[in-house]
Design a protein around this ligand. Structure first.
Ligand SMILES: Nc1nc2c(c(=O)[nH]1)N[C@H]1C(S)=C(S)[C@@H](COP(=O)(O)OP(=O)(O)OC[C@H]3O[C@@H](n4cnc5c(N)ncnc54)[C@H](O)[C@@H]3O)O[C@H]1N2
Ligand code: MOO
Length: 396
């Protein structure tokens, strides 16, 4: 039996099985959380002219401390009047273009106006150009504002709109089929028989997928029967881009997922990863679909979905940076030396410090549900003292 793969190697091998799906155009309302399939260029300058960032008066800085004569008023959406002559100012509002000749805004809180006469009534602008958003300061027409592979966060969707785009190029959403395996599994809400437990992996994975640009193609619960599994796998694979199984991935007599996948025609690329939880993970291909066999233990299924399924969805979606990001946080307590597997310790974050939870059983969804983060303990890491910094994956 080959040694379990290091996590990074296993992730690289899984992602090498996937290529980004076909490109399509999405309305901005449909684009959230997807990845750009091409660079986005600006259709306009932003700002389109020198604009006031405050309500006040447009003046010429060299003419401070005034006084000035107010000769025009400019609101956002209006076009400025004649250029300012010496000693003239314009009443102006946030977002309005400055008239020619003005270079600075005197905010109204620091101005005193009587009829058309304007005087300084405070410190006044600190420098030439104060409270002016210069033309093209954010971007100019024709420049690239967003790049292929970037995820469309709300801010980036706003930026695409600001640059003049109502639709953006993205990738088709992958269709994901979920198969939960195990004789003991009963659907939640049904009557439970002797020896049975409620099936929870599918609900958890479907919830994880609902936050991703993926479509749930099908969802089945199956007993540990080879012919049934082969049939269900073949049907699911005919109509999905990603086939996820949970359970039956280990070495027991009832762990039938690998033989079933192979009987259905799948090629297994790797099995077993040097991580805890999640060791008996398998990945391969079946027809047009990438197959991911997750361990059945609920915490193991969650952790492997976070580290493999989500990056797979991202890769199919065209992400430039598909792997989850860790942050560094100080440990609230010391942790013992680690064994040969990269350990993802369920942990709480309190006052910016990370503390392992007491229960670490890979069946204990109670502890996972309580966890804010997974604390990464690298293979053979020595014992760590309180206050030492460690990599952490935020999960809540
Ligand atoms: N002799 C060995 N035994 C085990 C090994 C090993 O290396 N040698 N590995 C252990 C590890 S690590 C894991 S993880 C589990 C995973 O095994 P399977 O993927 O075969 O999972 P199952 O045996 O089918 O189930 C494990 C556990 O999880 C419960 N389960 C399964 N599916 C669901 C579901 N959809 N919803 C809720 N709960 C589920 C199942 O009832 C079992 O309790 O194997 C170890 N054994
Ligand atoms: O690797 Mo298993 O996922 O520890 O319980």
């Amino acid at each position: 039996m080959a040694d379990p793969l290091p996590l990074a190697d296993a992730q690289a091998r899984l992602l090498a099985l996937a290529t980004p799906l076909a490109q399509e155009q999405a309305d901005l309302a449909e684009a959230s959380g997807r990845w750009l399939a091409a660079n986005i260029g600006a259709r306009v300058d932003h700002p389109f002219a020198d604009l006031s960032a405050m309500d006040g008066y447009a003046i010429r800085y060299d003419e401070l401390p005034g006084p000035w004569r107010v000769v025009q008023e400019i609101a956002a959406g209006a076009v400025p009047g004649a250029p300012l002559a010496t000693g003239e100012a314009a009443r102006i509002f946030t977002g309005a273009p400055l008239p020619a000749g003005a270079d600075t805004i005197l905010i109204q809180e620091e101005a005193a106006r009587s009829e058309d006469t304007l005087r300084l009534a405070g410190k006044g602008p600190r420098a030439k150009g104060a409270h002016v958003r210069a033309k093209g300061m954010s971007f100019s027409a024709g420049s690239t504002v967003l790049r292929a592979g970037e995820r469309l966060t709300p801010a980036r969707i706003g930026l695409a709109a600001m640059a003049g785009h109502a639709v953006v190029p993205v990738r088709r959403r992958p269709r994901v089929a979920l198969i939960s395996t195990g004789h003991e599994l009963a659907a939640p809400g049904t009557a439970i028989g002797p020896g049975q437990i409620y099936e929870s992996n599918a609900a958890m994975l479907a919830a994880m997928l609902s936050a991703e640009p993926a479509a749930l193609a099908s969802r089945r619960i199956l007993g540990d029967s080879l012919p049934l599994l082969v049939d269900a796998i073949s049907r699911a694979a005919a109509d999905c881009d990603v086939l996820v199984t949970t359970g039956g991935a280990s070495v027991g007599d009832h762990d039938l997922v690998r033989p079933a996948l192979e009987a259905a025609g799948a090629t297994i690329d790797f099995w077993r990863v040097a991580m805890k939880p999640g060791k008996p993970l398998m990945a391969g291909r079946l027809g047009g679909c990438v197959v991911l066999g997750l361990p059945g233990n609920p915490v193991s299924a969650f952790v492997t979905a976070l580290l493999f399924l989500k990056p797979l969805i991202a890769t199919l979606g065209g992400a430039a940076d598909p792997l989850p990001r860790t942050v560094r946080l100080p440990l609230a307590v010391g942790t013992p030396a680690n064994g040969p597997r990269l350990d993802f310790v369920r942990a709480a974050i309190t006052n910016g410090m990370v503390r392992p939870l007491v229960v670490q059983d890979s069946g204990a969804l109670t502890a996972l549900a309580e966890a804010d983060a997974l604390l990464l303990r690298p293979p053979y890491a020595p014992a760590a003292e309180p206050g030492m910094f460690a990599d952490v994956l935020i999960v809540a």
